[in-house]
Design a protein around this ligand. Structure first.
Ligand SMILES: O=C(O)CCC(=O)C(=O)O
Ligand SMILES: [Fe+2]
Length: 367
């Protein structure tokens, strides 16, 4: 009774707590209920399965045949123009690194809420189950957030982990961070080439990069159409590289109200462009709205690597991308200013922050 009272009075209940106590909450806790008009109830969901973003074999970039490399570049360019999402296989990231983090994630999320909350180092740092930064509805997810650069919270997290991980913890994340950074840089070079630019154009701004990883756990939800794993959003960063397990639930908005499921592909990464890249490509490539829908029976696990250039460099559209039929769309800005602006919002559904912040033809320039 005491803990029931506590939970009732708790403005920000922990999702894991709620998800584990279905019998106490026969109807969905109001904190997670999505307003009716925003629900994905099947019909309004409009999922079109046949328009999957492509799965691209990245090892073809190492081929001696120019046609193979051109083929990869063409598929990347088409996908980025259409919706900024594609998947890559044979990407060079050793899968044992991913498996290690995946099994750490499973073990971590199966701890008690009290244990997990010892890792709560604040918003987007360490464990996150209460989502204080969001107004209702809160996402039906819990996360473990590791900041890699420019500051790292790995040492603090390592000190908190149980003895069996203490040694391996930082190495596990450092191995992952270095492999993902290599993949991120490879992708940035490919993206530059597909836009007809020198391949160093973007990557040269990533010397003092920003990167973080978010491991997400979406517990089963008894009323999946009332809640959301992640509300519709675009990623504010430059490039996101996501591993997802076989459960599925990630969807991208192809056109207004038309959602496509990104079906899980074994050992693949989902790559999507964030707002920073949309601006940097003068809007030629898209940072698309995406969301995570829930599963009534199965837990889902994903982990995203969020990659951005140095905080304070100027994101300015390369002059080669500005011409009569594609005039300048975005003013120059820094990631620091953009992230500061988006971090002030406390809603979890957004799609036009970039245009409001840096769009040339929009006067308001505020989020
Ligand atoms: O879990 C997923 O599939 C995607 C999560 C996501 O969109 C994000 O963390 O920005
Ligand atoms: Fe996202």
């Amino acid at each position: 009774m005491a803990s029931e009272q506590l939970e009732k009075n708790d403005e920000f209940p922990n999702l894991a707590h709620i998800a584990a106590q279905v019998e106490r909450y026969p109807s969905l806790h109001p904190r997670f209920v999505v307003p009716e008009e925003q629900r994905c109830d099947g019909s309004s969901c409009n999922v079109i399965a046949e328009l999957q973003p492509p799965v691209i074999d990245l090892s073809l970039m190492n081929s001696s045949r120019a046609e193979d490399r051109a083929y990869v570049e063409k598929r990347v360019a088409d996908a980025c123009r259409k919706d900024g999402f594609f998947q890559v296989i044979n990407h060079g990231v050793p899968m044992e690194i991913i498996r290690k983090i995946e099994s750490f994630g499973h073990e971590f999320f199966s701890l008690s809420v009290e244990e997990k909350e010892k890792f709560d180092l604040g918003i987007y740092s360490g464990y996150e189950g209460r989502h204080k930064q969001f107004l209702t509805p809160a996402p039906w997810a819990e996360s473990f957030n590791v900041q890699i650069s420019p500051f790292s919270n790995m040492d603090v997290l390592a000190k908190l982990v149980s003895p069996q991980y203490t040694d391996g913890f930082s190495y596990m994340f450092l191995d992952y961070a270095s492999a993902m950074r290599d993949l991120g840089n490879t992708l940035l070079k490919i993206l530059a080439r597909t836009l007809g630019l020198d391949e160093e154009t973007y990557v040269q701004n990533f010397e003092n990069y920003t990167a973080g990883m978010h491991i997400h756990h979406y517990p089963p939800c008894s009323q999946p159409s009332l809640a959301q794993g992640a509300g519709p959003h675009t990623d504010p960063n430059c490039l996101t590289i996501l591993y997802q397990d076989a459960v599925g639930g990630l969807q991208v908005e192809k056109s207004k109200g038309k959602w496509v499921q990104i079906s899980p592909v074994a050992d693949a990464f989902v790559v999507n462009l964030g707002d920073i890249f949309q601006a940097w490509s003068n809007g030629l490539y898209r940072s698309s709205m995406h969301r995570v829908v829930l599963n009534p029976q199965q837990s889902r696990f994903s982990m995203g690597y969020f990659y951005s250039p140095q905080y304070d460099i100027s994101i300015s559209v390369p002059k080669e991308l500005v011409h009569a039929d594609n005039p300048l769309k975005y003013r120059s800005f820094t990631c620091a200013d953009y992230y500061a602006a988006v971090s002030k919002r406390r809603h979890n559904c957004w799609d036009d922050d970039l245009d409001k912040f840096a769009g040339i033809d929009l006067e308001s320039n505020i989020i």
